[in-house]
Write a protein that binds this ligand. Structure first.
Ligand SMILES: *Cc1c(COP(=O)(O)O)cnc(C)c1O
Length: 357
């Protein structure tokens, strides 16, 4: 389709701001939302007028197809404010491209780029006060799209809704993370939707993750569905292993989410003369490396936490503990470099920052 969309963004401002009721030192993640939201419906084969309106509940018929067949995709990105009050996003074009890749896989219409960026930047300008300065503070931005057609026939919806909502976030210490390597359950499979940020991927992870938590593990390291011998992702993050001084992460595929944090860390490793191999990683290789002492680190990588270090893993009823490396670990060094770029505290030689103005 070659529809040209020239945006005519309609803005309805909130009468009053809720911001004074918010305790920014005590933020439960993802429960408090800013004053405004972006909304745009797809009806009769085309995207309608995009709008920014006060954040509010919406009503939908119980037959709306999203409730029955799960046509729902989302993104997760963050806005940061530097000490001069300038607001930045981190590689937002990656998120835009990815949500459209996810839409295509779920047979949903792609969203126009100019609508996305105009809606996103205008929303962040209106809710500017909600982006708190300081490393660790950010505004979590959640674009998503759902099927809203009122019909329970098992077929793609005719009508869709694309929205963006925002929630202030603080970096908080989540405690140490121990993980269980999956031997039975799978997150994704060849030919499936693992590479898409489809809501259903998360629903399917909750049960095996609950079982892992009952055993004392916070997350599951997902292995390939076929053989359960290849390490693919950690919870809802990409995963990196450090053997001696080499970082290793699995190649993207239709089973693995192409994370913005992952690809940025691969580049940052290169920039800092850290060897990073992108190749399949066998569970046995990690077990052997742990036994012989060459396994130094495992960490998850994703927008929410940037890097989440893992302190140990269980595989086939044996627990393997990782050494404590502290401030010189790749996870600490790379996390700091990422945060400094995101918060406009370091040179941005790859032009990853996108100033909201
Ligand atoms: C979102 C997500 C990631 C991380 O992607 P980022 O772009 O780095 O936030 C990794 N794995 C899965 C399954 C995800 O849904």
């Amino acid at each position: 389709m070659s529809n040209i969309y020239t945006s005519n963004l309609h803005i309805e401002k909130a009468a009053t701001s809720k911001i004074n009721d918010v305790d920014f030192n005590n933020l439960p993640f993802g429960r408090i939302f800013t004053d405004h939201m972006f909304i745009c419906d797809y009806v009769d084969g085309s995207w309608q007028q995009p709008k920014i309106v006060p954040y509010q509940a919406m009503s939908m018929e119980p037959s709306a197809r999203v409730f029955h067949y799960g046509q729902a995709v989302f993104e997760g990105m963050k806005a940061y404010k530097d000490d001069h009050g300038d607001v930045f996003l981190f590689r937002p074009e990656e998120n835009f491209n990815r949500i459209n890749k996810s839409c295509a896989r779920l047979a949903m219409p792609e969203f126009p780029k100019d609508y996305f960026f105009e809606g996103l930047t205008t929303l962040l300008q209106l809710d500017n006060a909600w982006v708190q300065p300081g490393v660790g503070n950010s505004l979590y931005v959640r674009p998503f799209a759902i099927a809203i057609d009122s019909a329970i026939a098992a077929a793609p919806s005719n009508d869709y809704r694309f929205m963006i909502i925002c929630a202030p976030a603080k970096a908080y210490y989540k405690g140490t993370v121990k993980v269980l390597i999956a031997e039975e359950f799978s997150r994704s499979a060849n030919g499936g939707v693992g590479y898409a940020k489809a809501a259903g991927n998360y629903a399917a992870q909750f049960y095996p993750t609950n079982l892992a938590q009952q055993k004392g593990y916070q997350q599951v390291i997902w292995t390939d569905a076929d053989t359960h011998t290849l390490l693919e992702e950690a919870g809802t993050m990409n995963v990196f292993f450090r053997i001696n001084d080499t970082l290793i992460t699995a190649p993207t595929s239709d089973r693995i989410l192409d994370g913005v944090t992952r690809k940025s860390l691969i580049q940052l490793a290169k920039d800092n003369d850290i060897t990073c191999e992108v190749r399949p990683i066998k569970v046995n290789e990690i077990v052997e490396a742990s036994k012989n002492g060459s396994l130094k680190e495992i960490f998850g990588a994703g927008t929410a936490a940037v890097i989440s270090p893992i302190e140990g893993f269980e595989y086939k009823d044996t627990y393997y503990e990782l050494p404590e490396i502290g401030a010189h670990s790749y996870s600490s060094v790379l996390k700091k470099k990422m945060l400094n770029i995101q918060h406009n505290l370091a040179e941005d030689k790859h032009n990853w920052r996108y100033q909201v103005k």
